[in-house]
Design a protein around this ligand. Structure first.
Ligand SMILES: [Mn+2]
Length: 313
């Protein structure tokens, strides 16, 4: 049995491999898919000051609590090789100043990987992350799962409240953007109009509930795949109900559940046009009983299991 796996051995119970060991390099020798993980602990862009810079370390540590096996689908992450690229040194750097280092770090970490997961950090990293796809923005698609539109005016500087607005200004066409999970009383009419005027597709939390989040995500990916060469997915963990995300200052009652987030992440991972995903806005200092950090781990593992299922090209 042990011969089926690479030499990075599993301490403890060899019959219960842990997700932390998988991220540390343990996988089956025949693993055909590759997933890179990069910490981007940006923390200066938050409208609500906090410690999102602590999230990459908290997620890595908490993966010890998770196995690599998805009993629902019979998938095991042993079939995908993970490469942990460590953290970029951007924790105390301003948003504008961090832009180029993040773009370069993302491009470097994407090389030779089927997909890259960015562990934020606040949501300001999404702008640099999309540029990190390395393509003309007219060919890039952006799918956000977020309670907020992140379309705030740019005149007060770059924050976690305006990465999508900054991308529109940079030249990302509105029709290349789909925003899912938007919460009532967490956005303004003015910024909703900015989204609609730009041609962004907007799907509220209620619509996700009526249609089913999986159906909405499948439809969104199909829409973007049609005219985009590569897709970036922004998982703002504050899309979760506040009961499941006390560590996200922006989370509000009425959001999605961790199980919905995990299955949405899996669908995104399965789509071979999805090259980069970010997991942002988690502040471990605000968390309770690791609820938010564990939900973030589930999102990462769901995405990875999707990547493992990609059809061979
Ligand atoms: Mn956001």
């Amino acid at each position: 049995m042990d011969d089926d796996f690479s030499s990075a051995s599993v301490p403890g119970d060899p019959s219960w491999p842990r997700a932390s060991e998988w991220l540390g390099g343990w996988h089956a020798p025949f693993a055909q898919r590759k997933l890179s993980v990069l910490g981007v602990p940006s923390n200066t862009g938050s409208i609500t000051p906090g410690r999102c810079d602590l999230a990459p370390a908290a997620v890595r540590e908490s993966l010890y609590r998770f196995s690599t096996y998805d009993i629902e689908f019979g998938d095991d992450l042993a079939s995908i090789a993970a490469y942990d690229r460590g953290d970029l040194d951007v924790a105390r750097v301003g948003v504008a100043e961090a832009f180029q280092p993040i773009v370069e770090g993302v491009q470097d970490a994407s090389k030779a990987a089927d997909a890259l997961v960015l562990l934020g950090g606040d949501n300001s990293i999404t702008r640099a992350g999309v540029h990190g796809l390395g393509l003309d923005l007219s060919k890039c698609g952006l799918l956000t799962l977020d309670a907020h539109l992140d379309l705030r005016d740019l005149n007060r500087g770059l924050t976690n409240g305006n990465p999508v607005r900054a991308l529109l200004r940079d030249g990302l066409p509105g029709r290349n953007i789909v925003q899912v999970g938007l919460q009532p009383f967490a956005n303004s009419r003015q910024y909703h109009e900015v989204a609609l005027d730009a041609g962004i597709t907007v799907c509220s939390r209620g619509e996700c509930q009526r249609l089913g989040l999986e159906a909405v995500v499948e439809r969104s990916l199909a829409q973007l795949s049609h005219h985009c060469e590569a897709i970036y997915v922004d998982f703002d963990i504050d899309v979760l109900d506040r009961a499941f995300a006390p560590g996200c200052p922006g989370a509000r009652p009425g959001g999605i559940t961790p199980a919905e987030l995990r299955s949405a992440a899996r669908l995104c991972g399965e789509n071979s046009k999805v090259r980069i995903a970010d997991l942002v806005e988690v502040d471990p200092d605000r968390d309770l009983a690791s609820v938010t950090v564990y939900a973030t781990c589930m999102c990462l593992l769901g995405f990875a299991s999707g990547v493992a299922r990609r059809k061979h090209l």
